[in-house]
Design a protein around this ligand. Structure first.
Ligand code: ATP
Ligand code: MG
Length: 441
C-alpha cells in the first residue's frame, strides 16, 4: 500500500516538500528513512501531526547533522540514546496552535533495545526497522511510511496497526511490554481517552498484572511525571483521570491516592470553568492548566503526602510551591465565597486577589452555589484588572507625605472604585481629598 495520496491530501505543500528533502538527503547517504509513530497514526486518521518522528536505518545523529545543515535547523544530540532532534524556527505553514510554535524533527536509528533489567532505560544497538517498531508502545503507534525517493509513501505495517485503528483499539505489541516500560500504562489511557478507543482485552489484563507488580519503583519518576502531565494536558483530562482510577494506576502517583467517585463532579466542573476562563481571559494568566487538574487529584492527600508526591516526581520549584500552598489558601476562599449572604465587589476582590488564577479556578470548581460562581466570574471579568489612576505623587500633592498612610489611602480609593462609587480620575482625587479632610477633623 502507498499513502502518497493521504500525505498530499493532509499536509501543507511546504511540509510535503520537506518530507521529500529528507528523503533526498537520506538517498545521498544511502540510508533508508521512515516516518513513524504518531505522525503515521494521525495521517491514517486524516489529521496532520506536525511532530515529525523519523527512523533511519543507520546513524541517526550523523543523519540529523546532515539534514540540519541542509534545512538550517539546530541539532540537539542525545548521545546516550543515539538519537537527534532538529529544532527549527517556526515555519510559516505551521499552525499557530501547534505545540508552542516550535517545529521539531526527532530522528532515531532503527535499533534493537536489549533491556538489562526490567524498567531500566534501553541500551542502544543498531538493527532493523522492524525491531525498532516492535519496541514501540502500541500497534497504532508502530506503523511506518518510507520517504526515500524510490518508494516515497510506501506504507509499512508489521503489526496490524491499521486494523487496530479501524477497530479503535489500543493494543501492545508483546506481553512483556508494560514490564519493559511501565509508563506505557499511562500512555494507554492517554490514547484511549483521546481517540475514544478501547484498550483491548489482553492489554487490559497486562495492565492489571503490571499494576499489581509495583514496577514503578524501578522506573525513573521523571518519566512518570512527564506522562502524567501529558495526560493532564489532554483535551479531556477528567475522563483520563477516571480511567486511571478504574485501572488502579493512581496508586503509582501516591499509594494513598484513591479518588472518590464524586470527584467527577469537580473535574467536570473544572473542565467547564477552564473553558469559560479561556474565552474571557484571552491572554489568560494560567500557563499550566494541567496543574489545576492535579490540584483536584491531590486534594484529599495530607500536606505530608503531597510533599511526598512533589519530592518523588521532582516537580519544578514554581509548580511545587503552588501545589503545596493551594489547599490552605483555597479552603477559606471556598467557604467564605459560598456562605456570605451579601458580598460587595471590594470584598470579593480582597478575598480572591491574593490567589493565583490556578487557585481561583480550583475554588470555582469547588463551589456549589450559583451565587458563589457568579461572584468569581465577576472577579475575573470586572475586578481583577481594576487599577487606580491616582499615583503616589497625586497624594503627595495633597500634602500627605509618603508612608504607611499612603497605602491606606490607596486601599480606600481602590475599594470605592471596585464598588463602583468612583469612576474617573477626577472622582478619585475628589474622594481622596474628602478622606484626607475627614481624617483631619
Ligand atoms: P502525541 O500525538 O501525543 O505526540 P505520539 O504517538 O506522537 O503522540 P510521543 O510521546 O510523541 O507520542 O512519542 C512518539 C512515538 O514514540 C510514539 O508514537 C511511539 O511510537 C513511541 N513511543 C513514545 N513513548 C514510548 C514508550 N514509552 N514506549 C514505546 N514507544 C514509545
Ligand atoms: Mg508526538
Amino acid at each position: 500500500m502507498n499513502v502518497s495520496n493521504e500525505l498530499n491530501r493532509t499536509l501543507p505543500k511546504k511540509l510535503m516538500g520537506l518530507l521529500k528533502v529528507i528523503g533526498r538527503e537520506a538517498d545521498k547517504s544511502n540510508l533508508a528513512v521512515f516516518l513513524v509513530g504518531g505522525f503515521v497514526r494521525d495521517l491514517l486518521l486524516g489529521a496532520a501531526n506536525y511532530d515529525l518522528d523519523i527512523v533511519v536505518e543507520g546513524d541517526a545523529i550523523r543523519f540529523a547533522d546532515q539534514l540540519a545543515c541542509k534545512i538550517k535547523g539546530k541539532v540537539v544530540r542525545h548521545k546516550k540514546f543515539g538519537t537527534g532532534t532538529i529544532v527549527m524556527e517556526r515555519p510559516k505553514w505551521l499552525p499557530l496552535a501547534s505545540r508552542g510554535g516550535k517545529f521539531k524533527i526527532d530522528i532515531a536509528s532503527a535499533r534493537e533495545e536489549t533491556y538489562k533489567k526490567p524498567a531500566a532505560l534501553p541500551t542502544v544497538k543498531f538493527s532493523s526497522l522492524k525491531e525498532d517498531l516492535y519496541r514501540r508502545d502500541f500497534t497504532i503507534n508502530a506503523m511506518a511510511v518510507n520517504i526515500n525517493k524510490k518508494n516515497f509513501g510506501l506504507f509499512i505495517d508489521f503489526f496490524d496497526g491499521k486494523k487496530d485503528l479501524k477497530k479503535a483499539v489500543i493494543r501492545v505489541l508483546y506481553d512483556k511490554s508494560f514490564i519493559d516500560d511501565p509508563t506505557r500504562i499511562f500512555r494507554a489511557v492517554r490514547f484511549e481517552q483521546r481517540f475514544a478507543f478501547k484498550i483491548e482485552k489482553r492489554t487490559l489484563q497486562l495492565i492489571a498484572q503490571a499494576a499489581r507488580k509495583d514496577m514503578f519503583s524501578l522506573t525513573e519518576s521523571q518519566r512518570i511525571r512527564a506522562e502524567l502531565i501529558l495526560i493532564l494536558k489532554e483535551e479531556h483530562p477528567e475522563k483520563a483521570i477516571f480511567r486511571m482510577r478504574e485501572l488502579h494506576e493512581l496508586r503509582f502517583v501516591h499509594p494513598a491516592l484513591s479518588l472518590r467517585r464524586d470527584i467527577s463532579v469537580t473535574l467536570n466542573k473544572l473542565k467547564k470553568c477552564v473553558k469559560w476562563y479561556k474565552t474571557i481571559c484571552a491572554a489568560g494568566k494560567i500557563t499550566d492548566e494541567w496543574l489545576v487538574y492535579l490540584m483536584v487529584m491531590l486534594e484529599k492527600l495530607s500536606p505530608g503526602e503531597v510533599s511526598e508526591v512533589l519530592e518523588k516526581f521532582v516537580f519544578t520549584r514554581g509548580e511545587s510551591l503552588k501545589l503545596k500552598s493551594y489547599k490552605a489558601l483555597t479552603e477559606k476562599a471556598v467557604k467564605k465565597i459560598s456562605v456570605r449572604k451579601e458580598m460587595t465587589r471590594s470584598e470579593i476582590y480582597t478575598l480572591l486577589k491574593p490567589l493565583s488564577h490556578e487557585e481561583i479556578l480550583y475554588v470555582m470548581a469547588k463551589v456549589r452555589s450559583e451565587k458563589a460562581k457568579k461572584r468569581i466570574e465577576t472577579f475575573f471579568i470586572k475586578l481583577d484588572n481594576v487599577a487606580l489612576k491616582t499615583k503616589g505623587h497625586d497624594i503627595t500633592k495633597e500634602g500627605v507625605n509618603p508612608g504607611p498612610r499612603y497605602t491606606k489611602l490607596l486601599r480606600c480609593l481602590l475599594r470605592e472604585k471596585l464598588d463602583g462609587k468612583i469612576v474617573t480620575k477626577k472622582d478619585e482625587i475628589k474622594y481622596l481629598r474628602q478622606i484626607i479632610a475627614r481624617a483631619k477633623v
